[in-house]
Design a protein around this ligand. Structure first.
Ligand code: ADP
Length: 291
């Protein structure tokens, strides 16, 4: 790959035009993917996964001693049926579940609504050494909230700056942030909704409100364009991942995470004991009976 995926998928500077980004595109897919890129990308996933797993263990290990606050947050946003759940299953599933902290942000509760919109977000942040995943996020407060006029415009407009301040502080506190918008087309969304209606094992995923939300597509796309444009920064960049093709989506998100983990380069902490002394103690200890 000549250009890194993090450069290819980074939201372009200036006003964002999502219509200019093809949801069926496959930016950065190497020539070696060949004539059957789907099979190739699916086969790559466990290979990328092994490296993700290895980096995660170092991240987790270095936090154990209390010496490091480093952690990584993957934030996922998408239109309904955009593939957040699938990405979590396929990509995040490559990590050791013990070191993953996944939080889904649905409609706020009464208690959450009584606080500032970032209150529940702060409570959901990953601890040191963890991989955090946000399935939806504080961006809902400038997306659904804006589209449905749940607060006055001056309130949601003021939130972009608040989000930027919040994320800057977060990154300064050792939490790397990878923000991904899974970009699907209305046609793909329709197909996925139809698939749900055709399959009784998918009824539980179906929400009849999704059809009404779908009618608001242009308003959502405008809200997304503003959120991505106003809240993209080098510290907490926004990536638009074409997501009509699930195999590309998973490959791309795995690579974005890998790039970030390589950049963070967590390392196993040194021993705070002398291994030779400990070995000596163990081998000279009188035999311990099972009872
Ligand atoms: P998902 O669709 O992600 O699988 P749900 O079916 O629980 O999960 O839907 C979550 C719903 O909560 C979405 O419709 C989303 O727009 C809504 N939601 C999330 N955050 C907010 C918010 N801050 N204010 C209003 N609605 C929100």
């Amino acid at each position: 790959m000549t250009r890194r995926l993090s450069e290819l998928l980074r939201v372009p500077p200036g006003a964002v035009d999502l219509r200019a980004i093809d949801p069926r595109g496959t930016p950065g897919l190497p020539r070696s993917a060949g004539k059957d890129p789907k099979t190739w990308a699916r086969a790559q996933l466990p290979i990328l996964g092994a490296e993700l797993f290895a980096w995660q263990e170092k991240l987790f290990a270095q936090a154990k001693t209390g010496a490091s606050r480093q952690r990584l947050l993957l934030l996922l946003q998408a239109m309904d049926c955009g593939g957040k759940d699938g990405t979590i299953k396929k990509v995040v599933g490559e990590f050791n579940p013990q070191g993953v902290h996944i939080v889904a942000f649905g409609k706020p509760t009464e208690e959450e609504l009584a606080h500032d919109f970032l209150w529940r977000i702060e409570r959901g942040l990953p601890g040191a050494g963890m991989i955090g995943v946000f399935n939806r996020s504080h961006y809902e407060d400038v997306l659904v909230v804006r589209v449905h006029n749940l607060v006055p415009p001056r309130t949601w407009r003021a939130r972009y700056a608040k989000i930027n301040r919040f994320e800057r502080k977060l990154v300064a506190d050792g939490c790397a942030v990878v923000k991904v918008m899974l970009h699907i087309s209305p046609a793909e969304q329709k197909q996925r909704l139809l698939d749900r209606l055709d399959d009784p094992t998918k009824y539980w995923k179906y929400d009849s409100g999704d059809i009404d939300e779908r009618a608001l597509w242009p308003a959502y796309q405008d809200a997304y364009a503003d959120a991505l444009g106003k809240c993209d920064s080098d510290d907490a960049p926004w990536y638009v991942v074409p997501a009509d093709r699930k195999w590309y989506r998973d490959w791309a998100v795995a690579n974005l995470l890998l790039e970030k983990l390589r950049e963070l380069s967590p390392a196993y902490p040194p021993a705070d004991f002398d291994p030779d002394v400990e070995r000596g103690r163990l081998v000279t200890q009188p035999e311990v009976n099972s009872g």
